[in-house]
Ligand binder design. Structure first.
Ligand code: NDP
Length: 622
């Protein structure tokens, strides 16, 4: 067997061979297929005369208020820690403990880690090391392998490095299994595997000011030093379980969607699924095809928009073969789409460059006041939601079920979803929607779920209850120059960053795609692209400045945090519902997602030109 750690005689750098083998050949699947029925691929018109009047506004308000405070979750510790186990890979590859030093240590080997490595390598940085909790690359696409999984941002704009690999996704919305394999292809092509310590979780990262280095400890006993640490472990990383009385007593099989247990054969079983977010919307139509009885426990319905999945055409494959840079150009066009709905609907004519504008009829050019603009947004949003609600009535036969499946909140307030098979699934005789609104499932016993005095006996219970949003436990274990963790500092002072990437007192640390980290569009891949370029700019600027430590000034983080707050508040009426995006209403405005759109770039460019936000210093190490 090849050694897990060797040394390159030319560079003196370590070469790793720690990628774990797949645990079982049962782990396979596909996304969602092409639906032939054209009527399922179009939205009906909004009912005539529908306007967002006081009555409709009150209905939205009631819908929200009834759910306020319902989102209680349990920590995945103790007996619930089993829901975090890696079910996809064989045991970790044995290796020696590392106590050496590298220049750049990156946490995470998902899209962000892969993109970053490609760019660092291009820029000449080689002394780079990745630590990854999973047994292989992929991040989200490593952990999420549930039946029906596919990306919701069109794959031609979403998959990173398509121009560089020459790969063309097989579907407009590629399956998660295809995306996972594509991540492996990137890693193989660009030498990523040599750089990555798999099954290695960073447990503590402490800034040592006297050495000008981070000290990084892992669950494999490593105690490494690194000049720079880059956090690239995603925004929806840690699964969460709804807090439900008696959940530990259930005697059947139970798992979370992000640890799908393929050893449990669902065929012929009574299966329950809790949650109806973006994950469940993809899972439900697939498992309904094999299970005996399916109980869907819904607290809040998702908006189910048209998907219109299709295969990549042979004409596209031919065209793109002869069009270098086609994917980057397409992604740029995608990034210019201002509305979330237009973006995810991904108009091919616009994205391929055949037409100039993605909007069917261009907007009037009259300058609107902020109030007029907001009213226009709310009205358009309401019309879209009316169409989505009308679709439910058109497709779902039972009127009670249809009523329960209709969402009453602004479009994109909760994560919008897209599917052409989800709603028809509720017409199948063995699929039952159990409406647990507004407080959700609150009791489980050894047989199954008990709701409103009715017991639903189950063989298998699936938690589709989501993830912690922008609050990975990683932030708890990064200790800055005054010995406090990033979480502690943020609790005390509020979240204050520069561009989301730097936090004052945490020198040489970069957080990719974290709180306040804007840049890209609705497309995560755009953001990691922008953040990778930015980090490389900082590393090169340090070299130019003859410095090796970078921190940011207090006034820079104060001003940026204030800006984040303002852009959040200015757009808040469009997000007036209970959603994980603002931690169910608990988050301070401006402390999580960045809502300023292209203004992030303006801030970035101004900072890069003036160098005003930065404090550069030499290392006292040598
Ligand atoms: P979500 O957080 O979106 O959904 C969790 C679900 O669990 C919600 O429907 C929630 O209801 C429900 N829930 C929680 N507690 C209870 C309870 N006690 N009783 C009943 N229901 C309960 O998680 P997902 O995994 O669906 O999605 C997370 C994110 O991952 C998405 O928003 C998206 O960003 C990403 N994703 C992307 C995909 C893609 O690109 N293809 C596919 C899947 C996921 P409530 O709404 O009332 O809180």
């Amino acid at each position: 067997m090849a050694q897990a750690i060797t040394t390159d005689p030319d560079t003196g750098l370590k070469i790793f061979n720690t990628r774990a083998a797949q645990a079982s050949d049962k782990i396979r699947g596909r996304g969602y297929g092409v639906v032939q029925d054209e009527s399922l691929k179009t939205l009906p018109d909004a009912p005539a005369g529908a306007v967002f009047n006081a009555e409709e506004q009150a209905r939205y308000r009631d819908f929200k208020e009834a759910r306020a405070g319902a989102g209680e979750y349990v920590a995945l510790e103790g007996e619930f820690s089993k829901y975090l186990e890696d079910v996809y890979s064989e045991a970790p590859v044995p290796r020696d403990v590392l106590t050496d030093e590298c220049e750049i240590l990156v946490i995470g080997a998902g899209f962000a880690g892969l993109m970053l490595w490609y760019k660092l390598r291009q820029a000449g940085f080689r002394d780079v090391r990745f630590c990854e909790k999973g047994g292989d690359v992929g991040g989200t696409w490593y952990w999420n392998r549930y039946p029906g999984i596919a990306c919701d941002v069109e794959s031609y704009s979403y998959l990173p490095l398509l121009d560089e690999t020459g790969y063309v996704p097989t579907m407009k919305f590629a399956s998660g299994f295809e995306i996972f394999e594509y991540c492996q292809l990137i890693a193989e092509k660009f030498g990523f595997y040599d750089k990555c310590l798999f099954h290695t979780t960073v447990e503590k990262t402490q800034w040592d000011a006297s050495a000008g280095r981070w000290q990084v400890e892992t669950d494999r006993g490593d105690k490494m030093k690194a000049r720079f640490v880059i956090v690239a472990n995603g925004i929806l990383t840690t699964p969460k379980l709804a807090k439900i009385e008696g959940m530990e007593t259930f005697k059947g099989e139970a798992f979370h969607t992000s640890r799908w247990n393929y050893n449990v054969d669902l065929e012929g079983k009574r299966v329950g699924i809790i949650g109806t977010g973006a994950t469940a919307v993809q899972v439900i139509p697939e498992i309904a095809k094999v299970v005996d009885e399916l109980y869907v426990f819904q607290r809040t319905p998702s908006s189910i928009d048209v998907r219109a999945q299709r295969e990549t055409t042979s004409e596209e494959i031919e065209t793109w073969k002869n069009e270098p840079g086609w994917s980057t150009a397409r992604r740029k066009r995608f990034g210019r789409i201002a509305s979330v709905r237009d973006a995810v609907k991904a108009d091919d004519d616009y994205l391929s460059g055949r037409v100039e504008d993605y909007r069917k009829k261009p907007k009037e050019s009259k300058k609107l006041s902020p109030e007029e603009w907001m009213q226009q947004q709310l009205d358009e949003n309401f019309q879209a939601m009316e169409q989505i609600r009308a679709r439910v009535d058109t497709v779902v036969a039972d009127s009670n079920t249809a009523a329960a499946l209709k969402p009453y909140y602004p479009y994109a307030c909760k994560r919008p979803t897209f599917h052409d098979e989800y709603l028809p699934t509720f017409n199948l005789p063995h699929v039952h929607l159990v409406d647990t609104a507004p407080r959700g499932v609150n009791r489980i016993n050894e047989n199954g779920v008990v709701q409103d005095g009715v017991e639903y006996p189950l063989d298998v219970l699936i938690y589709a209850t989501g993830f912690q949003w922008m609050a990975t436990s990683t932030f708890d274990m990064i200790y800055g120059e005054d010995g406090q963790s990033l979480t502690e500092v943020r609790k005390k002072n509020g979240t204050k960053t520069w561009l989301g990437l730097h936090s004052r007192g945490f020198p040489n640390l970069f957080v990719m795609t974290g709180p306040q980290g804007g840049g890209g569009s609705f497309n995560f891949t755009d953001t990691i692209d922008d953040h990778s370029d930015y980090i490389i700019w900082v590393l090169k600027t340090l070299q130019e400045q003859g410095a090796d430590i970078v921190d940011v000034k207090p006034e820079a983080v104060e001003a940026y945090a204030q800006h984040c707050r303002e852009v959040d508040l200015a757009t808040a009426p469009l997000r007036d519902c209970v959603a994980y995006y603002d931690h169910e209403g608990q988050a301070e405005p401006g402390s999580l997602v960045y809502y300023g759109g292209g203004r992030w770039h303006k801030q970035r460019v101004a900072g890069q030109e003036s160098l005003e936000p930065y404090v550069f210093s030499g290392s006292s190490a040598s």
